[in-house]
Design a protein. Sequence first.
Length: 344
Amino acid sequence: MVGFTFGVHNGREFIPVQVTEDMVGHRLGEFSPTTKFSRHGGKIQRELEAKTTTMEAEKLKKPKSNMSVTAKLRYLRIAPRKVRLVADLIRGKRIEEAQNILNFKVKKAALPLLKLLRSATANAKNNFQLDESNLYIAKILVDEGPKYKRWRARARGRADEIQKKTSHITVVLDEKGNVIPVTLIEAGPCQVTQIKTKEKDGYETIQVGFKKIEKQKKIKKPMKKKPFRFLREFKNGEFKIGQKIDVSIFKEGDRVKVSGISKGKGFAGGVKRWGFHGRPATHGTKHELRTLGSVGSSFPERVIKGRKMPGRMGFERVTVKKLKIAKVDKENNLLAIKGAVPGR
């Protein structure tokens, strides 16, 4: 490796760097030049860095899968809170979608993010041969930088020192096709135990049993004909008694509705349970920050039924609709559903 010459991109062009003995054992990105822009007499600097991973000269020209490109913008003269509001809108989006979103946002917060995306995409194209259409924003971090000091004249010739917040922004681009967060659900095999009709039961459903009880001593006398741990009813009469239902009725890409008992969170107040904003912290109030306030008017002189008040939170039936099936495992009767489902 000693004596070879590498092409290092500094954000604008490739600069040749010759490997010496001092560089052995270090990352190539530690010796890449950085571009600095100075303003206001050099007190405030904006530094744009491009990180590259260590690789040989031959592998530098070949495209790599699952490569990540990082670009940073430091000492930006804008509050981190304002940048985070815009950054949350483009996190996880494709480059083209993110640019279209930033074009319609406030320029003060959107322009720095646009510059970062252009720098990161140029670095990905020149160094890793990654196409812009295959990239999306994997991470975007906004950190609070050091406060810089500024002097402002006041009325009587007096000058006060003002501290203003700065922010650091980090964008990480990655090739699409990473791991999808899913929830594994065991769905079967289930057996049809009863078919209810309108003439006999007053409504039409099928009863399905899940997890058969093997030990006979645990089966009570009324459950001898239906020795299953769980019995549920569904509005579908296309099955016969004794027929088995497994995950083969589903396929990848289907949208399903999942119902379950949510996690119990115990006794909770109005702020946590219903999202109340609480009472004011000042202007006469004391020790009432998370209290309810009024629960009714002078007429009808009672608390109306259904009033949102503190109480037990969770441990109730919750239904989530239109969840996408990512994968179907017929051998183990498992469904990989994209996202989260209620319950444990």
